[in-house]
Design a protein around this ligand. Structure first.
Ligand code: PEP
Ligand code: MG
Length: 325
């Protein structure tokens, strides 16, 4: 299937109305890295670091992590890699950590909450990342931030880690960018201070959608019940775009929906200019985006919203069918 899109692999994704869309890939293993080249991705928009922790039966060592992250950066060359710090709990349970009995794991002690309560692992991981960068640029993203204070505390850990490496005489990244995932509705309403201080945001649509609709992403009975192109969710995304524009905060979307062409074109039409997805989706998404005008798609979305549709999917699909080139 990759071959079908080979002809557009190395061209930039520009829509019919001239909007430049950045297409990046999600990864989590060294084995994913060759796809950077073969898919034409512009970088790794989400590197899920938990896989290294999940595939072992004991906590990985700092030196092991540092060498793995260094190999990831080597393989990426000039392309940017956004490393997301450990996102465990809920659906991702470490075999060597005492399992927590929780009534609602998805709403429980997970991700940044664990990291801030037991900072040892995050400190080790941040140190491994800084050492892996060896003076090159480094981009780090924190998962599951729900309010400003959590970001501030995580950011402080990063600053402490940098200061420590400096004291030890180790090279520090030539450029450091620290951002967060936006996975809880609360963060979309955080104080302006958060939007001013965070260096970029990435919408984790998988979790954000589950919390927005109160529909468990792991529960077959409800997980497909609410359409991503539901007008309520689109209006919510529009609000997030507005808030980011007000502070010039770079925004991307890295949930599974970014890799679905119809969803992707609607996300782009709503103003999200960077999409990160599994490598195999880049070709199909790029191919669709390049054939249409986002401004026109936005009009179709707005008309469907104004006419009281629950989801804009039908209207958008109809438009794509009738206006295909
Ligand atoms: C998300 O929640 O959309 C996301 C990208 O993170 P994960 O799927 O790893 O929870
Ligand atoms: Mg998530």
């Amino acid at each position: 299937a990759q071959e079908r899109y080979a002809s557009i692999r190395d061209v930039e994704c520009v829509t019919a109305d001239g909007q430049r869309i950045n297409l990046m890939m999600n990864a989590g293993l060294m084995a994913d890295l060759p796809s950077l080249e073969s898919s034409g991705a512009e970088g790794v928009g989400l590197f899920r670091t938990e896989l290294q922790f999940l595939v072992r039966n004991q906590m990985p060592k700092r030196t092991e992590l540092a060498s793995l992250y260094a190999r990831v950066l080597d393989a990426a060359g000039d392309k940017r890699v956004i490393f997301r710090t450990l996102d465990i709990g809920s659906d991702k349970v470490l075999p060597y950590m005492k399992p927590q009995e929780e009534p609602n794991p998805a709403l429980g002690w997970r991700a940044i909450r664990v990291a801030l309560d037991r900072p040892g692992v995050m400190r080790m991981q941040l140190q491994a990342l800084i050492r892996a960068a060896k003076g090159r640029p480094l981009t780090v993203m924190f998962p599951f931030i729900a309010q400003y204070e959590e970001f501030a505390a995580a950011r402080a850990e990063m600053d402490k880690a940098i200061a420590r490496e400096k004291r030890l005489g180790n090279p520090i990244p030539s450029k450091l960018e620290v951002g967060t995932m936006l996975e809880t509705p609360s963060l979309a309403y955080a104080s302006i201070r958060f939007f001013e201080e965070v260096e970029f945001l990435s919408i984790g649509g998988n979790d954000l959608k589950q919390f927005f609709f109160a529909a468990d992403r792991e529960n077959e009975r409800v997980r497909r019940r609410y359409d991503t192109l539901n007008v309520s969710f689109l209006s919510f995304l529009e609000w997030i775009v507005m808030r980011c524009e007000a502070t010039n905060t770079p925004l991307s979307f890295c949930g599974e929906d970014a890799g679905r062409p119809i969803e992707a074109i609607c996300l782009a039409a709503m103003g999200i200019r960077t999409l990160s997805m599994r490598p195999a989706s880049i070709g199909p998404v790029k191919s669709l985006l390049m054939r249409y005008s986002l401004q026109e798609i936005k009009q179709v979305i707005d008309q469907a919203r104004a006419s009281g549709e629950q989801s804009v999917r039908h209207a958008v699909m109809e438009y794509l069918r009738e206006n295909g080139t």
